[in-house]
Structures are given as C-alpha cells and as structure tokens.
Ligand binder design. Sequence first.
Ligand code: ASP
Length: 329
Amino acid sequence: MKKVAIVFNGGTISMKVDPRVQAAVPSLSGEEIVAMVTGIENYAYIESYNFSNVPSPFVTPNDMMKLSKYVKDLLDREDIDGVVVTHGTDSLEETAYLLDLTIQNDKPVVVTGAMRSSSELGYDGPANLSAATCTAISEEARGKGVLVCMNGELNSASEVTKANSMSLSAFKSPGFGPLGIVDNNQVIFYRDNLTRHHIDTNIVEAKVSLIKCVSGMDSRFIDFCIDQGDKGIIIEGMGRGNIPPKMVDGIKRALNKGIIVVLVSRCFEGRVLDTYGYNGGGKELRNLGVIFGDNLPGQKARIKLMLALGMTSNKEEIKEIFEKGLYNI
Ligand code: ASP
C-alpha cells in the first residue's frame, strides 16, 4: 500500500466553534481530523505532520516558502508516494501557487481544506481529505504539478482561485474549468495544464505590493509604494489591461526607479493585452516597460513576482518568467 504524508496547517478544516467567542477557531490536530476520515486506512498508510495551526489570513509568503521546503523534504523520502497539504481556503490559492512554482517533483502534491468547520452541519473536511489522499496515491496525478482538491474537483494550482466565499464548490479555474475529478475514490483527468512554470529560488522578495484600479484613481498608492522602497508592484487594471490616466505618471516614476511593474486584469476571466492606444491604455503601458501577467489574478501575480525577484533583479529575466510563450518575446 502507498504512503501519503498529510501536512496540516490549520484553516477551517481544523476549526470548531469556541463557545466563548461563538465563532470558529483552529482547534483540531491532524490526528483528530484523520480519525474522521473513516476507511482511509484501506487506501493508504497515512503519516500526519502538524506544520502549523493558523487561519490562512495569518499565513505569510515566508511561511509558504518554509512549507515548500518542508514538502520538498517529504517528497525526497523514498517511502513517501505523495503529499497532501491542508490549508485555510482564504489564502489557499497563494500557498498552492507558491508550492507549484517552487517544487519540481513528479510525486503528487495535493492541497485541500474545508468550507465548513467541524461544528457545522455538512462539514466537508473529511470528504475533501479522503479525495485529496486518493489523488496523492494516483498514478495519473503524477507530473501534474500541485493540485487543489475541493468538492470532488481537481484544479491546477496555477489556474485556480477562490471564487465563492461560502459554497462547497468555491474553487474555480476561470475560463478553463477543472483538470479532473475524484469520483467514487477514482481520480480521472480530462485535460492537462500546458502553461506551468518553475521558478528556481528559495527566496521570496517581501516588498511587492498589489494595487487594484478603480474609476477616478490617481497615483497616490503607487507613490506610497515607491516611498516604501517596494521592488515590485502588481497593477490590477481594468478590462484588457487599462488604467485611469492619472495613474500613468506614478507608473512612470516607479519604472524610472527600477521598480518592476506587472499588469493583470481585475476581470475574473481573460488575459491582458496591448489592445488600447489611449492614455492609460495597455499599449502605452507596454511601451513604457510594464510587464504583462496574462490571466493571473492580482494575488497570484504578486506571489509570482515575489519569487521572480527572489531569483533575479534582471528585468529581462523577470519579463521572460511572466511572458515567455504567452506574448511575443
Ligand atoms: N478563514 C478560513 C481560513 O482561511 C477559511 C477556511 O479555512 O476555509 O483559514
């Protein structure tokens, strides 16, 4: 029988309602959660590791990098066939994406969590954990990169985002849909993800900020980032990748200081492109030297830029990391 390491990190999957605060807080250990996954011993040997026990808004990019090293060490063990990571769902996509970008190993790594705590009716933790474990022992899941397994669906960590604050099927891959499913403990893939990347670093550059564009916005937030000494700024622009004209001077000031500026869209689906030629349009931004971030949501583009800047400060190399195979470079 195959062996799976489950690395527990808190989140709703490990929470129950504390009667004093009348709200959910982390309290279950990994062993207590595994004990609720009845029958899992017929599928795999489980080894539980309690890496952390926090709500996922507490998790920092540095914690994610430490987790990546921890998972890599487990994957390097010959007796381990796959790793499951549990995580709070709020920042799950950021951790899963960082793991995906930094881990190069064909053994399955599957991230899961729960949308309902163990105090709620319909606690989905055990079902998600059993489906994630079935994925971790599946031959088909090898070489697919980090997978996110929630509600019987398998999404690529590089594509998935939390799209609903409460639904059990909260995790979606905008535009593409899941790679596969877990049905009756069987893992079935319907497609692959051909645009995955690896960034060879164990350093995260902390000074990267995310600015979401709204109507009438000016350059004040950009100037604040410049004053704070940021090394990178993600601009979540409008539509195809356009920003209000009063932000352009701020972008110019940031670029002149050598700050890397990456443009993505605040739209839920679709890529940014230099389609528009007006003041603040994608064409002007591209000509100024802004890097395009394809279809990434801002929070994931930030993780990617933190790693890219961890690896190099060379702008051309960073541009390649974001644009190679996606834009004409
Ligand atoms: N707020 C919780 C967290 O991210 C939600 C969850 O775990 O699903 O830790």
